[in-house]
Design a protein around this ligand. Structure first.
Ligand code: C2E
Ligand code: MG
Ligand code: MG
Length: 697
């Protein structure tokens, strides 16, 4: 029966469950008083005792238990906080047998309890009688032996013979002769220890022995030289114990702690230790290493569409391909055990490869290229065939970073650059990337403050009716007046706002500001035209989109027909089914919808046909080379024909020349927008354009 003392109900619940599942009986106490009371009324074989209890604490409980007659020899395992060496020391000094750190690992806990009980049996039994000693020795697989130094022979007990896999015929044996059965890595150590024992020095060590039938066991041996009255060593007394199981359990625990359970590769913990170790060594020897940081492209999408079981299988396959590409690289040692530590999975779809003793940086590129090629081969998982590619960033030690953190950060930056360059490729870290990252971070920080400190404004660019030349609508374009940098282009900051999530409040601000502006113009009696706002995919997917638009219209009293919305093809096509619903809802409020930058995405025509949109905006890149460029001309003509067939209006963007205008007019493009008519203007400038008197700013 085990007494489990902890004031945390969860810990008690989980620990009891783990112990009961392993066949133990458990009694629980929630505080020290209750623990001592139970301790006096029942007989326990082991106590698990939390250090910090309400009331009298764990140390005191441990001390009091040790004072009780039945508490002297039973094992008490203390539960302490991680790295709380102070507690651990106090616990030992008060008589604790062992300690386990929190948070508890339930499997480990059961192991610890088993070993403590096993050891306790041995101790308790030794205390009672010879007979029980023999039993205990058998249980503990503990064999005794006597080495008569003068006669150079060793007398071994039955158990000891069993441990070595020997028969009674080899009862008396020349002690050093036994060494031949010890595995070679351990043999020399044992020989030296034995030689020193003959000189009078005690030893304790474990070594591996190959038995005749082939099995290998780990034995733990303690030896104590005994001297005669003249101080000569006459014999050496020893015990040998079979610790194979314990060793295996420890190895298993170590393996679990240092490896990723899905792929069997080294985990983050092991990787960090390897990296520290490798860099320190390279520092000493003045050699170079390369850190490859690898991220799978679009694994999330595969997970989302095929499920995690398939995702897991892919990760396992990727791990084995990584190992294969490293093995075939002649750069790395041919010892298999080393490979395991060279490749690690940091978590998710991120892996690292550590290459040591690199003669040239290009060698790292060779490995990276091989990995890309190896991973790029189609992959057959269950009944689906997929291609999973990786983007790899490379940082070289010491050139790109002299410490583990810097090297990792730089490899990560390079990986990011590889992804941006189009995935399935590798990039070396460069100083420019560092510069860019710093730049971007400061942009991000400034952007976070820009909205509340009123640094944004809207400019308005007219959209002109081709036939009449009249301004019929306008597009609101966001401007950021940075206090130091001056005007920052939306092309630069919109992607940053999208990544940081600022785009959602920013988009709402744009809608509200445009509505307020139009309401103000209306009140001032201007001939207001509808204004189109740009919404990013993030705005489009945001839950607050509809309410914020409804609120903007309501609070300004603006009729919904004045508000238009521009969305890019990709924003709409990402999840067509969801997009359909949102578009329908926007339409129901009464907004006009346009598809921006049309022609640059990959719209499916059949899908497009079902969307309740009003306008297509021909992207500037097609207008730019009109009318000379034949292919631009035919694309524009095709878009116009398509729009006509679907009954949609068309706006041509970026019209800068009269020739472009004339071409578009002749092809019956309904609306035009561009510098030819007007650049985007601040609100007062646009108001003047609408034919109003100049207003005070
Ligand atoms: P867009 O929606 O395609 O906007 C048209 C861009 O073309 C604007 O650039 C405009 O100034 C520019 N442009 C107009 N006429 C001409 C011309 O004749 N020649 C040339 N070369 N350019 C012309 P801008 O203002 O720099 O905006 C760039 C992009 O930033 C916009 O492309 C839009 O995607 C995004 N953006 C701007 N404001 C917002 C906003 O409020 N929200 C969101 N989500 N995105 C915005
Ligand atoms: Mg636009
Ligand atoms: Mg556009």
């Amino acid at each position: 029966m085990i007494l489990l003392v902890d004031d945390d109900v969860m810990v008690r619940l989980m620990a009891a469950e783990a112990l009961i599942a392993s066949g133990f009986e458990v009694m629980e106490a929630a505080d020290g008083e209750q623990a001592l009371e139970l301790f006096d009324r029942h007989e326990f074989s082991l106590v698990l005792l939390d250090v910090s209890l309400g009331g009298i604490d764990g140390f005191e409980v441990c001390r009091q238990m040790r004072e009780r007659p039945h508490g002297r020899s039973l094992p008490i395992i203390m539960l302490t906080g991680m790295d709380d060496t102070h507690s651990i020391d106090s616990a030992y000094s008060l008589g604790a047998t062992d300690f386990v750190t929190k948070p508890l690992n339930w499997t480990l806990l059961v192991y610890r309890v088993r070993y403590a009980l096993r050891a306790a049996h041995t101790v308790a039994d030794l205390e009672t009688s010879e007979r029980r000693l023999a039993v205990a020795q058998r249980v503990a697989r503990l064999g005794g032996w006597l080495w008569h130094v003068d006669e150079d022979r060793c007398e071994r007990s039955k158990i000891c013979l069993d441990l070595w896999g020997d028969t009674p015929s080899s009862l008396h044996e020349e002690p050093f002769g036994l060494l031949s059965r010890v595995l070679s890595p351990d043999r020399q150590h044992l020989r030296e220890a034995m030689e020193r024992a003959r000189e009078g020095e005690a030893y304790q060590m474990s070594f591996r022995v190959q038995r005749d039938e082939g099995t290998v066991v780990t034995l733990y041996e303690q030896a104590l030289p005994v001297r005669d009255e003249f101080g000569r060593v006459v014999r050496i007394e020893g015990v040998t114990q079979d610790v194979t199981e314990r060793e295996q359990a420890q190895r298993r625990i170590r393996f679990l702690a240092y490896h990723d359970s899905l792929t069997g590769l080294a985990n983050r913990q092991m990787f960090r230790e390897m990296l520290d170790h490798t860099l320190a060594r390279s520092q000493r020897t003045g050699s170079r290493c390369a850190l490859l940081y690898l991220d799978l492209d679009r694994l999330k999408r595969i997970n989302d569409s095929y499920g995690h079981t398939l995702g897991d299988q892919i990760l396992r396959e990727v791990a084995s391909r990584l190992l294969a590409s490293i093995r075939s690289a002649d750069l790395v040692a041919h010892d298999d055990s080393l490979h395991e530590e060279v490749v690690a999975r940091l978590g998710g779809d991120e892996f690292t490869v550590l290459l040591t003793d690199l003669s040239r940086a290009e060698d790292a590129a060779r490995v990276a290229a091989r990995i890309c090629a190896e991973l790029g081969r189609p992959l057959q998982v269950t009944h689906v065939e997929l291609v999973v590619t990786a983007s790899i960033g490379i940082a070289i030690f010491p050139d790109n970073g002299a410490d583990p953190e810097t090297l990792l950060r730089h490899a990560d930056m390079a990986m990011y650059a590889a992804k941006q360059r189009g995935r399935n490729t590798y990039e070396f870290f460069t100083e420019a990337m560092q510069q860019q990252a710093v730049e971007r971070l400061s942009l991000e920080q400034d952007l976070a403050r820009a909205l509340e400190s009123g640094q944004f404004s809207l400019h308005y660019q007219p959209q002109v009716d081709s036939a009449s030349g009249r301004i019929v609508s306008a597009e609101a374009l966001l401007r950021w007046e940075h206090p130091q940098r001056g005007m920052v282009s939306p092309v630069q900051f919109i992607p940053v706002a999208e990544e940081t999530g600022l785009i959602v409040p920013l988009g709402e601000w744009v809608v509200l500001t445009a509505c307020r502006q139009m309401a103000e113009w209306r009140q001032a009696g201007l001939p207001v035209v509808p204004v189109a706002v740009n919404l990013s995919a993030h705005n489009f997917r945001s839950d607050s989109l509809l309410t914020s638009i409804a609120h903007a219209l309501e609070s300004t009293g603006l009729p919904s027909s004045y508000l238009h919305v521009e969305l890019t093809e990709s924003a709409v096509m990402q999840e067509p089914a969801a997009a359909m619903k949102t578009l329908g809802a926007l339409k129901a409020i009464g907004l006009k919808l346009s598809i921006d930058d049309f022609g640059t995405g990959y719209s499916s025509l059949s899908t497009l046909k079902q969307f309740p949109i009003d306008l297509l905006k021909i992207d500037r890149s097609f207008v730019r080379d009109l009318p000379e460029d034949g292919s631009s001309a035919s694309i524009v003509e095709a878009i116009l024909a398509l729009a006509n067939a679907l009954g949609l209006g068309v706006v041509a963007e970026g019209v800068e020349t009269a020739a472009q205008r004339d071409f578009l007019c002749s092809r019956r493009c309904g609306l035009m927008q561009g510098y030819l008519f007007s650049k985007p203007l601040p609100a007062d400038g646009f108001a003047r354009l609408l034919g109003a008197v100049p207003r005070q700013a």
